[in-house]
Structure formats: structure tokens, C-alpha cells
Design a protein around this ligand. Structure first.
Ligand code: GTQ
Ligand code: FE2
Length: 380
């Protein structure tokens, strides 16, 4: 067995000197703590337990024109091979020291699949969703259940289920991937396994979980409730859009207008334990009030144009753009698309904060809930 040698052996204290209580003794104490891998709280407390969240995550925005151009070039230049497994390009928040994470808890990537390609099957403990931006003729197979991908569909890849993606058309498919990779790694909980073959056999009727559970109000009487994650592997856009239109007839939020969380119909909770997914419609002209929450979010503009004001800075967005709202940042949304609706898809790590009893939210009290705009974000 290997042993780990401490850098400093045996010598826990320096030689006794005549100064037992003065500044020299304090300096010696500090040195001894350091060389024995100890840290005094009294020197770090104000950083360690800040009065309010002091995130490194920056509010940021990625333009669709840039994302698309880069993904398209990767599609032409980079084959999908075992080992890499996926042609996915991660949003790397410039505040997070070059790590490939959009926020401290969320991996968000744009994945590009060429026509007739297969991204080979594998499984991992990281929890994943896809939101389909373009998908004609492409599919994803999750544990033998093949779902066809169409624009606006939400597709789930719950932890440790086999999944592969492919296409039977000449067209490329492109979608948003959301995973809890940063959290999974922070918790030292990552397991990954490649599948023995390339793609799984399809063992169920197409869109099997939609047929089985998709109405959401009922489940096969002989089955138990699915508590850990939603048993529905795809939420079809036509249902999502109908739910938005229906909600708009009866209610709205002053902060988010017509906002819906995708739920596990068996629990009413989020689709995954580590994050929740939302779809939201900002009706024409809507300018919401600002609020802030503990927890980070990533948004994708599915339709329309507008701005989100984050901590006083206007982030102008249009169809396809992605942006990040860090923890405890004031934010309000503004549809600037004339008579057009705007639709935002988003991921939030709220379920973690709620489960751990760390969630807080606050509404902006000044100026009818609207922040003063002090700057405009300039995309690269
Ligand atoms: O499609 O299975 O963006 O495993 C990152 C890891 C996508 C996937 C990502 C993955 C996948
Ligand atoms: Fe995967």
C-alpha cells in the first residue's frame, strides 16, 4: 500500500523562542497552521460566508449567429467518434476560469448532428435534457424507446439510462443540451459507460413513453409512480404550445409573464432532481418586473426578440441566442418584437436549492419594479 508523506514530518512546532505571546509567536502560529494543512477561520470568515451570494458567474449572452457558424464548421470538420461521443459545444462562462460550464451547476451546449450520422450509445450519472432547435428526421433512443426530434420538443435523458442519437434524413439536427455535469463532478459522483454496440435496438413503439404517460393525468394502473425523474422521455412542442396558450387565457406572473415548468406528472416536481426546465411566453409588449433568486439559470430564445435587464445591464436578444442569469442577480424581461410573442426556454438549478433549504427570492421594490438601465451588453 502507498503511504502519503506529509510535506513536513514530525516537526509540528518550531523551537521554543523567548517570544511566547508577541507578534513573532503569532507569525509562528500562522506558519505552523499552514505547514500542517490548517486554516484559521478568523482570517477568512468574511470571504467564506459572504453577506450575500458573491458569484464568479457573469451574466453573459451568446449570439445564435456565432453559435450556428461554429457548430456548422464543427459539423463539417469534426467527426463523431468514440471517446468524444458527441459533437457538442459548451457555453463557457467567462467568469468561471475557462471551465466549460454556463453556471456553477449547469452544463449547456449546442449539439450538431449531421444527416445520417449516429452519436453512439452510452450512459452516465449526469442528468440530461435536450431542447430541439432543428431536428427534421433525427431521433434519440433512450433505454430502447426511440423518440423523433422536432423543433420545440424537450427530450429527457435520466441518469444511467442508455442513449444514442441519430438521423435518417439528409438534414442536420441541432439542439440545446442541458446537464448537471458541474454538480455531478463537484460531488465526485461521475460514472460513465460506453455501450457495446453503436446504437441500441429499438424495443418499444415509437414515442413509447408519450403513449404510456403523455396525457399526464393518468398512469398505467399496474405501474408504480416514478419519483426520481419524469417517466415521459419527450414533451412534444404541440402540447407545450397549447399549454402556453391555455395559461395565457387565465393567469400570468408579473415577473415571468406566461411561464410553465415542465413537470414529472407523477410528483408535480421538476423533470430532473438537479434542475428544472421552463418554457415561457412573453406576450407582445410585455415588460416584466424585476426580481432575483438564489440559483443560476440559462435561457435560450426559441422565438422573438427583446431584452433581459440583468443587474442594470440590457442584454438584447433575438431568436437562437443564449444567455445566463447568475445567482441573486436582478432580472426582468422585455418583449421588443412589436406584435410578435417571444418564447424563452430555460434551465434553473432551483430544485437543488429548495431540496437543501437554501432558496430565497426577492422582488425589486423601486421604480415600479424596473431597474435603472446603466449599460448595454456588447456581444463578442
Ligand atoms: O448527448 O449524450 O452536451 O453525454 C454532453 C454529454 C451531450 C449526450 C452533452 C453528453 C451528451
Ligand atoms: Fe450522454
Amino acid at each position: 500500500m502507498d503511504t502519503i508523506e506529509p510535506e513536513v514530518k514530525a516537526e509540528v512546532r518550531e523551537e521554543i523562542s523567548p517570544d511566547l505571546t508577541g507578534p513573532e509567536a503569532v507569525a509562528r502560529l500562522n506558519r505552523d497552521m499552514q505547514r500542517n494543512s490548517l486554516t484559521p477561520l478568523w482570517q477568512i470568515e468574511t470571504n467564506l460566508m459572504s453577506r450575500q451570494p458573491r458569484t464568479q458567474t457573469l451574466p453573459w449572452l451568446w449570439k445564435w449567429s456565432t453559435l450556428y457558424d461554429i457548430a456548422e464548421r464543427a459539423g463539417a470538420l469534426v467527426p463523431i467518434e468514440r471517446g468524444g461521443d458527441r459533437r457538442a459545444i459548451a457555453l463557457s462562462n467567462p467568469g468561471l476560469e475557462g471551465r466549460p460550464f454556463a453556471t456553477p451547476t449547469l452544463w449547456t451546449a449546442v449539439q450538431w448532428l449531421n444527416g445520417h450520422e449516429v452519436a453512439p450509445a452510452h450512459r452516465h450519472t449526469a442528468q440530461a435534457i435536450r431542447f430541439i432547435i432543428e431536428g427534421n428526421g433525427s431521433w434519440s433512443t433512450v433505454e430502447g424507446d426511440r423518440v423523433f426530434l422536432e423543433r420545440g420538443d424537450l427530450v429527457l435523458t435520466p441518469p444511467w439510462l442508455w442513449h444514442d442519437h441519430g438521423s435518417k434524413s439528409d438534414e442536420r439536427a441541432i439542439w440545446l443540451d442541458g446537464l448537471d455535469i458541474p454538480l455531478n463532478n463537484y460531488l465526485d459522483a461521475s460514472f460513465f459507460e460506453p455501450y457495446k454496440g453503436e446504437a441500441q435496438a429499438v424495443t418499444q413503439a415509437l414515442n413509447g413513453t408519450v403513449l404510456k404517460y403523455g396525457v399526464g393525468q393518468m398512469r398505467p394502473a399496474w405501474e408504480k409512480r416514478s419519483v426520481e425523474y419524469s417517466p415521459i422521455f419527450t414533451y412534444k412542442w404541440t402540447d407545450t404550445e397549447r399549454a402556453l396558450d391555455n395559461l395565457a387565457q387565465v393567469a400570468s406572473s408579473p415577473y415571468d409573464d406566461i411561464a410553465l415548468e415542465y413537470t414529472n406528472p407523477h410528483t408535480g416536481g421538476p423533470v430532473m432532481p438537479a434542475f428544472s426546465a421552463w418554457i415561457q411566453m412573453l406576450r407582445p409588449g410585455i415588460h416584466t418586473q424585476a426580481h432575483r433568486q438564489v440559483g443560476s439559470s440559462v435561457y435560450h430564445v426559441f422565438e422573438g426578440s427583446g431584452e433581459t435587464i440583468i443587474n442594470g445591464v440590457s442584454f438584447r436578444w433575438e431568436k437562437g441566442d443564449f444567455f445566463v442569469v447568475p445567482s441573486w442577480a436582478w432580472h426582468e424581461h422585455h418583449n421588443l418584437g412589436g406584435n410578435e410573442r417571444a418564447i424563452l426556454f430555460s434551465l434553473h438549478d432551483t430544485p437543488l436549492l429548495l431540496a437543501l433549504n437554501k432558496y430565497r427570492e426577492e422582488s425589486y421594490q423601486l421604480n415600479n419594479g424596473h431597474q435603472e438601465i446603466t449599460g448595454t451588453f456588447q456581444p463578442v
